[in-house]
Design a protein. Structure first.
Length: 312
């Protein structure tokens, strides 16, 4: 029979925290938790510039139910939808940003001057992911979106008025003026992005700290970070040793200033005594994760031993 947890102001709970590849109770030598390191990490995070957003290249034509290119696209609504370079570039910028871009509602050869006059976005002559490339040649000019940069080779996506519905096209950096319709004007930088395929490293997960919180549950914190795509989510799956995994719950934590935390009520796990198995999964925005496996048991001292598992 499972026992209810004894709640008393006179009784304090201490835990033995043992980290390993799989759950299990293992005694370890006493180790103090370095709260100074956590504090320093928080202060460092506060003074760090935001990470660039993750960029996923478009290599196929948008489907007809994509609102950025059709239902919510002012060019499409006005009768100048794809195939059309402005309708496509506006829609692709819309898709990248998630909000309507401040790009000119007119011919392609006016986009550059309009942005320069209004200062909506920074601009330059060097390609960047997600940038709008502008040409002023021919009667109407041309615009497209930079999708990939490999060495000196740039891949863009585009549509052409009354011509190509969608295509990816490559050119060499420095040859922009001789590319497309000519009259290269520059790049409009709608954001700061990194290539999703460049992030091949799982996130960092360390300094897991588990404490009892007023005899009501377990408070788990950990340092998490990812230098490229950033932390996406941190989960804390928990179950008690009694009854196997009949009370398994994947608790979702929160992340603030590189510290992930989660409160796990005892009541969510049948208010049982004994071992609480706690795993921590930190996911980055590229889909990689790092995991720790944890067992918590009531004891007279707090001890800890840890091993982190990185998984792509």
């Amino acid at each position: 029979m499972k026992k209810n947890l004894i709640k008393s102001a006179c009784v304090s709970l201490a835990f033995v925290l043992c980290l390993g590849i799989a759950p299990g109770t293992v005694m370890a030598k006493e180790a103090a938790v370095d709260l100074t390191q956590i504090t320093q990490a928080v202060e460092t995070a506060k003074n760090t510039a935001p990470l660039p957003s993750l960029f996923v290249a478009r290599t196929t034509a948008p489907s007809a139910d994509n609102p950025y290119f059709f239902a919510n696209n002012p060019y499409a609504q006005g009768g100048y939808g794809m195939p059309n370079c402005t309708a496509y570039a506006f829609g692709r910028a819309y898709e990248i940003l998630g909000t309507a871009p401040n790009l000119h509602m007119g011919n392609a050869n006016s986009w550059w001057a309009d942005n320069q006059s209004n200062g909506y976005y920074p601009s330059g002559s060097t390609p960047k992911l997600g940038a709008v490339i502008c040409w002023g040649g021919s009667s109407d000019g041309h615009v497209a979106i930079v999708e990939a940069i490999n060495g000196y080779t740039v891949t863009l996506s585009e549509s052409t008025y009354s011509g190509v519905y969608f295509q990816n096209y490559t050119y060499t950096i420095g040859a922009e003026d001789a590319t497309s319709v000519g009259g290269f004007q520059g790049y409009i930088y709608i954001g700061d992005y990194i290539d999703a395929t460049s992030d091949i490293t799982p996130p960092s997960l360390s300094d897991v700290l588990v404490t009892d919180y007023q005899s009501e549950g377990i408070k788990v914190t950990a340092l998490v970070s990812d230098d490229l795509s950033g932390i996406s989510q941190v989960y804390f799956p928990v179950w008690t040793e009694n009854g196997g995994q009949d009370d398994l719950i994947w608790h979702e934590g929160s992340v603030s200033d590189n510290v992930a935390s989660c409160f796990i009520p005892y009541s969510d796990h049948n208010t049982e005594l004994g071992d609480y198995n706690v795993h921590v999964y930190a996911y980055d925005n590229a889909g990689h994760y790092t995991m720790t496996a944890t067992t918590i048991t009531k004891a007279d001292t707090f001890t800890s031993l840890g091993e982190v598992v990185h998984t792509n």
